[in-house]
Design a protein around this ligand. Sequence first.
Ligand code: FUB
Length: 418
Amino acid sequence: MPSFRNGRRQVARLTALAVGATLITVGVTQQAFAADLPTGARSLQSVNVAGHYLRHADYLGSIAAVTAGSSAQARSDATFTVTPGLAGGTGCVSFQAANGMWLRHRDYQLWLDPSTTNPTTFAEDSSFRVVTPWIAGRRRPVIKGLYADPNIAHLNGRYYIYPTTDGYEGWSGSRFKAFSSADLVTWTDHGTILDLGPHVSWADDRAWAPTIAYRNGRYYFYFSAAANIGVATSTSPTGPFTDPLGRPLVPAGLRSGQMIDPHVFTDTDGQSYLYWGNGSAYAVRLNPDMISFDPAQIRTFGLPNFREAPFVFKRGSTYYLTYSVDDTRSENYHVEYATGTTPFGPWTHRGTILAKNLSLGIKGPAHQSIVKAPDSDTWYIAYHRFAVPAGNGTNREVTIDQMWFNTDGTIRPVAPTL
Ligand code: FUB
């Protein structure tokens, strides 16, 4: 076992620790909400030194590289049970190691000690407040609760996410909600924007995978419902949305596979395209009214491994068609992509950009959507994964990571983060 008795310089870097879905900073006075408190066993990954975790060795804390291939001892040393703070008080936590000792500070260094050490100060020395972080960081999941299939868009000066409301057996949810944010960090819940029961006459359940588009002062909300695709419109991105057709835009059975997972891409010339599909990928030009198209003009693409969730964006003159592979119930659900020179391809398959990371407990990360920060070449990918730590294919959560390009325009594999 390596020694970490190398003084306070290294230990002093431990100012900010990512704990599960919560960013913790030691030493700031503003408290977080009690609901944000992490509980249970966690590993504490450094915010600014990738792959390094808070670890104890020889009773001294440090940050150390820990991977799935590390020894059982190293992985155990990097696991703490997060408990209500021994010193008491809202937003206060303590960290107990697997050997029963507690993380505490002594002479400004971090130590592992039994609770019998210095009984007068032990509780305070081994308690830390959950507070507003010193450095920018994102809370995961970005939307609290069970949501999936996030469609992220930048509209009217704000970011919006339109997800599937998850947590229902058989994905049988019936309502759509919207969330918005100025900074991708703090999200406002706008509540239900479309409820299949009262608002849609032709479907009552399987409210899945919506997408949004804007044209001429109106917002167009495309959604899957009972394996059809519908469209609803509003003058606001947060609704209320109403169904102008009174029937599906893409009815079940129009083509092979489920008529689900719509996405609308609007090209720089103003032409909008509807993409959708499960099993087969389809695309068609939308008419200028945004609520009709010529069925004779539907295209289908042969995309390797395509399952569902086609999402197209354009960078420079290159069109990127991203899509989800495998089954959303599988930890292997992941994102692949192809590039083309037009919105209809031809498509060149480029491989995987996002997949599970079991060393972080990240499973099934896919059903992606991508947004560019305004006036920049900064790109973000929103996607869902099995809720961490105990989710599955119907208990999923939404998160966002930055997405980078190589100089040749290919997309670098996204490192999914907690
Ligand atoms: O959320 C229901 C379905 O699961 C979506 O339509 C698929 O893309 C998959 O994520």
